[in-house]
Design a protein around this ligand. Structure first.
Ligand code: ITT
Length: 193
């Protein structure tokens, strides 16, 4: 059986990726199986570029096929921030959510549009095999709600569902999420290899 390495250091993300990729003909591993892992710098300035950097670094380090996801929250009223800087926008998830809510304090409901974006990249040593993208549209809530998920989920409200993504079950979120969409497309690519 071929090995597929999930290239993330974010355990919440890793869990979502492993869940969405289940049922494939690959032995799924993580970077924790290959210590010590020298993390590459994510300096491409785009989700696709960063996903490719991470996938390629992991494939080169492990000698196996690797899949990485670069993702983030894009807020229209903040000119796309936090965007590719989503994981570094403040010290921790709670502070990051607080910062977005404070920046949007005087922004009316109809201008609070945002989306989660994920790009998945698949690489083998020395070569990018493909990239796929997924998005989910929502608005930034007025206060955090819900305990599921991670990151910005408590402030990402989807009007159609009347809930934040932190108020959804894992299965519900996978079904509609940016990561679910990008990874299901990546799964199709992997199945053709
Ligand atoms: P790796 O680079 O090791 O994969 P990371 O957390 O640094 O881990 P990213 O650079 O892709 O990953 O940053 C993604 C950030 O965007 C993540 O830390 C969250 O703050 C946010 N984010 C991404 N997907 C999310 C989701 O499904 N729900 C909530 N927040 C999310």
């Amino acid at each position: 059986m071929k090995t597929l390495v999930i290239a993330t250091n974010n355990e919440d993300k890793g869990r979502e990726i492993a869940r969405i990729l289940t049922g494939m003909d690959y032995e799924v591993r993580t970077l924790r199986d290959y210590p010590p892992y020298p993390e590459p710098e994510e300096n491409a300035g785009s989700f696709a570029g960063n996903a490719q950097i991470k996938a390629l670094a992991a494939a080169n380090h492990t000698g196996s096929l690797a899949i990485a996801d670069d993702s983030g929250l894009v807020v229209d009223a903040l000119d796309g921030a936090p965007g590719v800087h989503s994981s570094r926008f403040a010290a921790n998830d709670e502070e990051r959510n607080k910062k977005v809510l404070e920046l949007l304090l005087n922004v009316p409901d109809d201008k609070r549009t945002a989306r989660f974006v994920a790009v998945a990249a698949i690489a083998e040593p020395g070569k990018i095999i493909g990239t796929t993208e997924g998005k989910v549209e929502g608005i930034i809530a007025r206060e955090p709600r819900g305990d599921n998920g991670f990151g910005y989920d408590p402030i990402f409200y989807i009007p159609e569902f009347g809930r934040t993504t932190a108020e959804m079950s894992a299965e519900e979120k996978d079904h509609i999420s940016h990561r679910g969409k990008a990874l299901r497309a990546a799964k199709e690519l992997l199945e053709k290899l």
